[in-house]
Design a protein around this ligand. Structure first.
Ligand SMILES: [Zn+2]
Length: 323
């Protein structure tokens, strides 16, 4: 779509669609199991993070609101949640004394609802090390107009709450009282770097073609050019991403992408400023495809977004407790 800029959701070469799900799941299960085993081994199982929103395995999709068969009218409770709620500035709140006490997590909710009205500002190029690129993009939306920016801030708030319950200090790159557009992708990376985050996650939903379904986690590739040097974070970011993918799959039942990543739910990229400029372990997650009616029905459900946040949280928690 023309408004989808190149930084977050660019057109990608099409892979043969609809790989057998069994292959996709087989590819992910070892990672999921590994993450789970590590999580259990470090004592995470049964903690507050897991009990906050139990999601019966295998029932996540079937218990979600049904999608409208053709119109993508699964608005569900898209008006709910706490998106748009100003929660005070600065965006960091002190962590507690739980198992993640002393750990810092930066959550980057993709885009900004105001970007649609500030196209000149967000089109301004910024330096991402390898090249110059737009400051930010508008992001996508469902066919019913539920925007990616609203989705990302809602999941970010839910994720923040889960991580804070574990004692982490959490900082958001934008919140309800942020400026009307942005921040630019270089600034989003800088916020994680300046905070010396132990882990950073950028939350998105994709704007691909109907029929394209599923989530994928984007890992930083090795880049060393200009201000970009990801060599030190490629390894830990891969670990973080694999854990998040496994836990996201388990908590949401959302399949790995059927259009990117060969069914693994993992994609490595070297063209994203938010990753290229990061000096802390960081991944993106595209939680689903807003332009597919089945995925849209999930993305617009507050209950599903809670499961999404739960899965992301568990991946981050297991990463931080293992590191
Ligand atoms: Zn996005």
């Amino acid at each position: 779509m023309s408004y989808v800029g190149p930084d977050f959701d660019p057109p990608q070469p099409r892979r043969p669609r609809r790989r057998p799900l069994t292959v996709a799941l087989a590819a992910l299960v070892p990672g999921a199991l590994l993450g789970w085993v590590v999580y259990e081994a470090v004592g995470g199982g049964g903690g507050a993070d897991r009990t906050a929103s139990p999601a019966p395995r295998g029932s996540a999709v079937s218990s979600a609101p049904a999608a409208s068969p053709s119109g993508g009218n699964g608005r569900g409770d898209s008006g709910g949640g706490d998106d748009g709620k100003a929660s005070g500035s600065p965006f960091a709140r002190p962590g507690g004394s739980g198992p993640l006490g002393g750990k810092i997590v930066v959550i980057d909710p993709g885009h900004n609802p105001g970007n649609f009205r500030h196209t000149a500002e967000i089109n301004r190029p910024v330096d991402i090390g390898t090249n110059r690129k737009e400051c930010d993009t508008t992001g996508t939306s469902t066919n019913d107009g539920y925007t990616e920016a609203r989705f990302t801030i809602d999941v970010a708030h839910r994720l923040r709450d889960l991580l804070e319950r574990q004692g982490a200090t959490v900082k958001l790159t934008r919140d309800g009282d942020s400026p009307a557009w942005g921040p630019c992708v270089d600034e989003r990376a800088r916020i994680g770097n300046t905070a010396r985050a132990d882990a950073a996650i950028s939350i998105h939903a994709d704007g691909s073609s109907p029929g394209d379904r599923g989530f994928h986690v984007i890992l930083p590739g090795s880049v060393h050019a200009g201000a970009a040097d990801t060599r030190a974070i490629v390894g830990p970011s891969h670990d973080l991403g694999v854990r998040i993918a496994g836990d996201f799959l388990r908590e949401t039942g959302e399949p790995p992408s059927n259009y990117l990543g060969d069914g693994t739910g993992l994609v490595t990229r070297t063209d994203l400023g938010g990753l290229n400029l990061s000096t802390v372990p960081k991944v993106f997650i595209e939680c689903g495809n807003m332009r597919d009616s089945k995925d849209a029905a999930l993305l617009t459900s507050g209950a599903w977004r809670q499961r999404a946040a739960q899965g992301i949280s568990e991946g981050i928690v297991s990463f931080l407790r293992a590191s």
